[in-house]
Design a protein around this ligand. Structure first.
Ligand code: ARG
Length: 343
């Protein structure tokens, strides 16, 4: 399995893949025209890697099975969120009130609206074909993005966030939306979710103007705040093991948590190294550690495989070299596939 930047020829396969997604994956629209626009936008972003600063560029990647040419997964990075149009989130703020008369103290959670016009980098759009889940494909897909960020840090902001999909059922119902959003927006969650990708003006127009007390929401909605969709739980765990943390920001529609990490503190970004391939062998010993390995030139391609690093270069298997189209002397960016504590 390899990860590479999206290409125009992937559009049909990617669009088919998006049909398999359930509700709540905002940035993987089922609508072909929106999808096509996003692929085009991404192609433009990849054209200019050496001389750009974060201005909201979209970088979409695909997971390809090289033997069949099948596209079985996708993920993406937006170099910066919030600009002319802000990035929205609710901050869950704790508020304590005392009464001397009653001798009591009350703690409340309040949702306050955050509008950020100068936001961080965001990773997202992660989706893996159900038949290909397990076996480490999700990890490969998610973490490959960090090798890209490590290679071209200037394209990104110093902070990276991930808006995780919140609690939404098979029919597209979100308890949080039913308790809050629907009263303000007057449309169904899937519709609002889709619209937010095209034009966020309706958010500015209709979002509640005042803070919202969590105590006043129904139990089911309350319980869903900062919780992820069952299918998103592994992705959350993975990001947390790379250094991401929840810091009291949730989505304004379905209350899914926003995780964040300093760009250079992300485990893979911090650990990754750039070295030439000094030897390609038929097969390294089985006990050799597994690494995430990225070819940089002529195109960025990531795979996983055994690797031994020396001061002056790395040794990799023939199969990995072939998958990544690597020859001797070409540089690779690599990092251990798993942080030590999860080995
Ligand atoms: N689940 C959603 N579609 N939420 C609305 C979009 C919120 C997002 N943080 C933004 O500002 O674009």
């Amino acid at each position: 399995m390899i990860i590479r930047p999206v290409e125009q020829r992937d559009l049909d396969q990617l669009h088919q893949l998006a049909q398999l997604t359930q509700y709540g994956l905002t940035t993987l629209p089922k609508d072909r025209a929106i999808f096509e626009k996003r692929v085009k936008q991404s192609l433009r972003s990849f054209e200019d890697l050496n001389d750009a600063d974060p201005q909201g560029q979209l970088y979409l990647f695909v997971l390809e099975e090289p033997t069949s040419g099948k596209i079985v997964g996708t993920c993406g990075i937006v170099s910066k969120v919030g600009g002319f149009k802000p990035f929205y989130a609710f901050r869950v703020v704790k508020e304590i009130q005392h009464s001397t008369v009653l001798g009591s103290q009350h703690e409340h959670e309040v949702l306050t609206l955050l509008k950020n016009h100068d936001g961080p980098t965001e990773i997202g759009s992660l989706f893996l074909h159900p038949d290909y889940r397990g076996g480490g494909n999700g990890r490969l897909l998610s973490l490959s993005r960090f090798l890209f960020i490590a290679q071209w840090p200037k394209l990104f902001e110093k902070e990276v966030i991930a808006e995780m999909r919140g609690v939404v059922d098979q029919q597209g119902n979100s308890p949080f939306w039913e308790a809050l959003g629907v009263h303000f927006f007057g449309i169904e969650f899937p519709h609002a979710d889709m619209l937010s990708l095209i034009n966020k003006d309706f958010i500015e127009e209709l979002i509640p103007r005042h803070p919202v007390y969590v105590d006043l929401l129904p139990d089911e909605a309350k319980a869903s705040i900062a919780q992820v969709h069952t299918n998103t739980a592994p992705a959350r765990k993975l990001l947390e093991s790379e250094g991401f943390q929840y810091n009291d920001l949730v989505d304004i529609f379905e209350a899914g948590p926003v995780l964040h990490c300093e760009r250079d503190a992300i485990r893979i970004v911090r650990e990754s190294q750039l070295l030439p391939v000094k030897e390609i062998t038929p097969e390294l010993p089985t006990e050799t550690s597994l690494f995430l390995v990225a070819a940089i030139e002529p195109t960025f391609r990531v795979g996983k495989g055994k690797l031994v690093s020396h001061e002056d270069g790395v040794v990799i298997d023939r199969s990995l070299a072939d998958e990544l189209r690597l020859g001797l002397g070409q540089v690779v960016r690599f990092a251990r596939l798993k942080p030590p504590q999860t080995l």
